[in-house]
Design a protein around this ligand. Sequence first.
Ligand SMILES: [Zn+2]
Length: 168
Amino acid sequence: MVIDPGADAAKIVEQCQGLTVRHLCCTHGHRNHATAKEEVKLAVGGETALSLIDAKAYLRSADHYLNDGDRLPFGDFELEVISTPGHSPGSLCFKVGNHLFTGDTLLQGNLGRTDLPDVDVSRQLVSVLSRLLTFPENTVIYPGHGATTTVGQERRENVAVEMLRQAG
Ligand SMILES: [Zn+2]
């Protein structure tokens, strides 16, 4: 499973050596999360996937278009698709066991980048609160950028969540 092959295809291909790649999934259609998917696919195989909404919004294509609740099996695991619109209209997060891959929807301590024209911050915040921070405290979060964190840590320390709390 490759998540967000956004750049540096050679490095991703190198890390896939010795593995069978089944899926190349993008959390959203922004360039830095999707650009290298075809190049990596050519080298290592597997099927590309992203949300249909972002495929349309950013004119990208994939072998499969993902919906909320879809489950993609790989090895002994299963990746669950969670729809979290806001950072982009069709942003997704991916959950494997108690590991959560949040793309640009949630970073450690804050929301993902909110200064782009296509970001709907209030939708993004609703997605974070209703779809991500409802998982158990010990769920590990791997954001698209920066350090890893946990659901418990973000419930307590996330700036956006705190601002909302103060606003009542
Ligand atoms: Zn993005």
